[in-house]
Design a protein around this ligand. Structure first.
Ligand SMILES: [Zn+2]
Length: 191
């Protein structure tokens, strides 16, 4: 049951735009409290009272509540939340590697993820910042070869100029999870 309560639920704002993912546990809190409606695969909205009456089918996840087994929703509609999603992509090691397609930005090799480093183009010791524009994916040999030098000093060339990625909310949501449910499709396609 612990795992089921951790499964991802797609959260939509008032305009049915994907906002983020939450957990089934949090989804039940929002649904029970009336802050959100659960949507079934046809987009039909349900409050908690109606949702708990839905039958649990073979391919549904369900949680045993006091009222009986209740289907875990996959999509939640925050019908009073009208803010549009934040599109700022978070600067993380994982996102940097995705931006750089898991490819060393100096030699172009694609080693295993564990053999990739994040390199400061202008080294920290020389005032280089932690930013999308100054961090790139690098293989360990290139990282070692570059050391505390700038690319020019090390006579190394970047494959491309590093910039902040412009990913859509959909791309970010799918990157953040290994799951993808058919109930998500209409909303992720539209955004
Ligand atoms: Zn390399």
């Amino acid at each position: 049951m612990g795992d089921v309560l951790c499964t991802p639920v797609l959260v939509l704002n008032k305009n049915f735009e994907p906002v983020h993912l939450t957990t089934a546990r949090r989804a039940f809190v929002l649904l029970y409290g009336g802050a959100a409606m659960a949507l079934d695969e046809s987009g039909e909205p349900y409050d908690f009272e109606l949702w708990r009456e839905l039958p649990v089918r073979d391919d549904d996840d369900a949680v045993p509540l006091v009222v009986g087994a209740v289907r875990v929703p996959r999509v939640l509609h925050l019908h009073r939340y009208d803010r549009t999603p934040r599109l700022q992509v978070r600067l993380t090691r994982r996102n940097l590697m995705v931006r750089d397609a898991h490819q060393c930005q100096y030699c172009g090799r694609r080693p295993a993820i564990r053999d990739l480093n994040i390199d400061h183009v202008v080294p920290r010791s020389r005032g280089g910042s932690d930013s999308w524009e100054n961090l790139v994916t690098s293989c360990k040999p290139c990282n070692l070869r570059k050391g505390w030098k700038t690319p020019e000093e090390a006579n190394m060339r970047l494959a491309r100029r590093p910039v902040r990625p412009k990913w859509t909310m959909t791309a970010q949501i799918l990157l953040g999870t290994g799951s993808r449910y058919r109930e998500w499709e209409p909303f992720l396609r539209a955004s």
